[in-house]
Design a protein around this ligand. Structure first.
Ligand SMILES: C[S@@+](CC[C@H](N)C(=O)[O-])C[C@H]1O[C@@H](n2cnc3c(N)ncnc32)[C@H](O)[C@@H]1O
Ligand code: SF4
Ligand code: SF4
Length: 265
């Protein structure tokens, strides 16, 4: 657990959008299911036992603000028990003054998926009582009383290099440390070691290392199957990587790079 920088939790499964670039366009996320509260609390108590104090992401392939009461409640609980930084990415569809009031998230990133542009994004921030601190296209930086940093990523699809699905013409050269630094939990309790892998993608079935409804996170990270995968990825011999990784174009994310933080590099 000492190498993990980002622990991502899917509190619920639902996303209101179906963006063409997102795996949600291929795998269904229109059914609402929740991670059981008891399982969530056990996970948080295990992370406390492991002295986990880095980033907790809320999301996986859901829209976390869709159920804002759940988000608020679970963030309160995390903040009460762990000394971590909570980060949330949102499509902004549920961004209102009321929804972010008292929300105990540290970094909130809002994606301008519809390319509404700078002026409209600024208006959206202002109408949600977010104090704007700096504008440096394509980013607008702000804050609220409880959120240390709000980042609006303007015109995201125009500015972001989108990853494609597995493309066998692409050959990975760089090693990927995400499995060393990332752990994710899906709403059904499945534990995964990469934010690009999903438990509903058959290509990823061998990379589900355990399930929180049956075993604890502390037991899952001791399993030889998990440790072997992490070790292969860490060694960086791409020829030994599984196919799903050999042809994967993803680089480190904001929180799995050498210098994690909310700034996009
Ligand atoms: C899966 S979303 C979940 C949270 C929220 N619904 C949202 O879209 O912000 C988390 C992040 O994955 C990114 N993402 C999804 N598909 C991508 C792709 N093909 N290439 C690069 N980033 C992608 C999204 O832009 C978002 O920042
Ligand atoms: S809003 Fe986010 S999770 Fe939903 S489909 Fe779009 S990129 Fe995927
Ligand atoms: S190479 Fe791609 S699929 Fe494999 S662990 Fe890294 S990000 Fe995930």
């Amino acid at each position: 657990m000492d190498k993990i920088q980002m622990f991502e939790i899917g509190l619920h499964s639902y996303c209101n959008r179906n963006c063409g670039w997102c795996p949600n366009s291929k795998f269904e996320r229109s059914t609402y299911k929740e991670l059981d509260e008891g399982i969530f609390k056990k996970l948080i108590s295990d992370l406390l036992l492991a002295d986990y104090n880095r980033y907790i992401g809320i999301g996986r392939y859901s829209e976390p603000m869709f159920n804002n009461n759940l988000l608020r409640d679970r963030c309160e609980y995390i903040k009460k028990h762990l000394n971590v930084t909570i980060v949330v990415n949102t499509n902004g569809d549920y961004l209102t003054r009321r929804n972010i009031e008292d929300l105990r998230v540290d970094h909130l990133a809002i994606m301008d998926y519809d390319c509404i542009g700078l002026d409209k994004c600024i208006n959206k921030l202002k109408s949600s009582d977010i104090e704007i601190q700096k504008i440096s296209y394509p980013f607008v930086y702000g804050r609220t009383k409880t959120i240390e940093s709000v980042l609006y990523y303007i015109d995201w699809p125009k500015n972001k290099l989108l990853r494609s699905k597995i493309d066998k013409r692409f050959k990975r050269i760089q090693k990927c440390l995400d499995p060393v630094r990332y752990l994710g939990v899906e709403v059904n309790g499945d534990v995964i070691a990469c934010c690009d892998m999903r438990n509903d993608n058959p290509d990823c079935k061998d990379y589900i290392f355990g399930n929180l409804y049956k075993e604890s996170i502390l037991d899952i990270i001791k399993k030889s199957k998990y440790l072997e995968f992490v070790s292969i990825m860490k060694d960086g011999l791409v020829l030994k990587y599984p196919d799903i990784c050999k042809y994967c174009e993803k680089g480190p994310s904001r929180y799995t790079g050498d210098d994690p933080g909310y700034i996009y590099k």
